[in-house]
Design a binder for this molecule. Structure first.
Ligand code: ACO
Length: 428
């Protein structure tokens, strides 16, 4: 057998041979370097949906879909979710290592100071109709933010990069909370500099003006540490996921030289789709539609029917053909919340029945259709009394750091090119 690190392709029409180098990563499948393929052969490669295409090289996130493994900068997601905060995960994704205590304090303080949005940008929200979906307003408000910070970034300056990154990271929860409060038609709540990143977001969604929480018979019902911990974990689990659809969009927009916040706004738009981040909202909408444990069998039958386009939301994944490791962590969290918050809702019962059937049914097992992160995150967010319209904005808050890290990597990679795929023309 040859020891050459290359692959030979033979065009059987002419018996011409072409040789292409094989490149190895540090983990995961190797790639065949086909960059000169068109120049060599006059043909394109055909791969709709990029099922076999590595669009870039990256050292940020690693997924092994067959093993159900996910790592940020080499650290397993289980370790990060269990022992580190979301802000530590953000620092890690940006800098390639975890922060020490002092660095974490400085990072936290900087984000608290930067959480406020330019005063005039809040009037943008009122231009949207009452009840506008928070994803629409959030995406628009992030695009609008680019007009407040329009200066051209100096790619050589680490300081400018980190200012750009910290600013958007800090402001996204405020914009998401404003989008939500406009959706409800209630007054905006400004960030509170005394609160942590995650608690602040919960407060901006829930509080009454003056940062007062809802009054109960026993006084103010505050945000509990368990709620903050659960949401913080959800942010960490969503922080990055290598070259998924929205990240590919962010890199694509970055490749045209557009402003980084516009690239992130495009990522938000892509994430909204129900085959991607919008699935968490669809999971709860679907569980509500199913309505009762007695109806589960009928809906499972519909999901299996090839003539019915009904799909079980929160099941299946392009990359994970084993259990989604994030779903495993959330399942544990769901059980903890169930115990500590004494939850036993109808939706949870329906979800548990679907999970039970799908994990043993031949249709789902043979296609490797396991519950994904969205199946559990929707249920957990409902348990935290967060309305379903905020599920995808919460995904956005978690994922913004991943988009920033990927944008930055793209910009600093000398191999980066404008994203411009080709086509197989079949028209007139
Ligand atoms: N319910 C029922 N059947 C399904 C489901 C589902 N949720 N997902 C896939 N299938 C079936 C398909 O019909 C197909 O069956 P066939 O082989 O008989 O034709 C087979 O499984 C393979 O499905 P594909 O669509 O080819 O798989 P792909 O990898 O392209 O799609 C996707 C992955 C989009 C996530 C899909 O599983 C899906 O639509 N799931 C529901 C939506 C969802 O939960 N999305 C969240 C993804 S996670 C995230 O974005 C954070």
């Amino acid at each position: 057998m040859s020891t050459k690190k290359s692959m030979t392709l033979i065009d059987n029409r002419t018996n011409t041979q072409y040789e292409y180098p094989i490149l190895d990563g540090t983990r995961g499948p190797s790639v065949v370097d086909l960059r000169s393929f068109f120049k060599d052969t006059g043909m394109f490669t055909f791969d709709p949906g990029y099922t076999s295409t590595a669009s870039c090289q990256s050292e940020i996130t690693f997924i092994n879909g067959a093993k159900g493994e996910l790592r940020y900068r080499g650290i397993p997601i289980e370790e990060l979710a269990e022992n580190h905060s979301y802000l530590e995960a953000c620092f890690l994704l940006l800098n390639g290592r975890l922060p020490d205590k002092e660095e974490l304090t400085d990072f936290d303080l900087e984000l608290r100071h930067r959480a406020f949005i330019p005063e005039s940008s809040r009037y943008l929200f009122t231009a949207f109709p009452d009840g506008a979906h928070p994803m629409a307003t959030l995406s628009a408000s992030v695009t609008a933010l680019s007009s407040f910070y329009a200066t051209h970034l100096n790619l050589e300056s680490d300081e400018e990069f980190s200012e750009m990154a910290n600013r958007i990271l800090a402001k996204i929860p405020t914009l998401a909370a404003f989008a939500y409060r406009h959706y409800l038609g209630i007054p905006f709540i400004q960030p509170d500099i005394d609160l942590s990143f995650t608690e602040n977001f919960l407060a901006m969604m829930r509080a009454y003006p003056g940062h007062k929480m809802k009054l109960g018979r026993d006084g103010h019902q505050n945000i509990t540490p368990l709620e903050v911990e659960a949401l913080d974990t959800i942010f960490t689990l969503h922080a990055d996921h290598e070259q998924n659809a929205s990240t590919t969009v962010v890199r694509g927009v970055a490749s045209t030289g557009a402003h980084p916040y516009v690239a992130i706004s495009s990522g938000i738009a892509a994430l909204w789709g129900r085959a991607h981040g919008g699935a968490n909202e669809s999971v709860i909408a679907q569980l509500t539609m199913i309505g009762s444990v007695d109806n589960v069998d009928a809906f499972i039958a519909r999901a299996k029917d090839p003539d019915d386009d009904f799909r079980l939301m929160g099941f299946g994944h392009r990359v994970y053909k084993n259990f989604d490791p994030r779903a495993k962590i959330l399942k544990k969290l769901q059980d903890k919340l169930k115990e500590e918050l004494d939850l036993d809702s109808n939706l949870m019962k329906i979800a548990a029945r679907i999970e039970e059937i799908a994990l043993s049914d031949e249709y789902f097992v043979s296609r490797n259709l396991y519950p994904n992160i969205d199946f559990y995150s929707g249920i957990i967010l409902t348990a935290l009394q967060i309305p379903k319209e905020m599920f995808t904005p919460i995904f956005v808050i978690g994922r913004t750091i991943g988009w920033i890290a990927q944008w930055t990597e793209f910009k600093k990679d000398p191999m980066s090119k404008i994203a411009r795929p080709r086509q197989l023309y079949t028209g007139k």
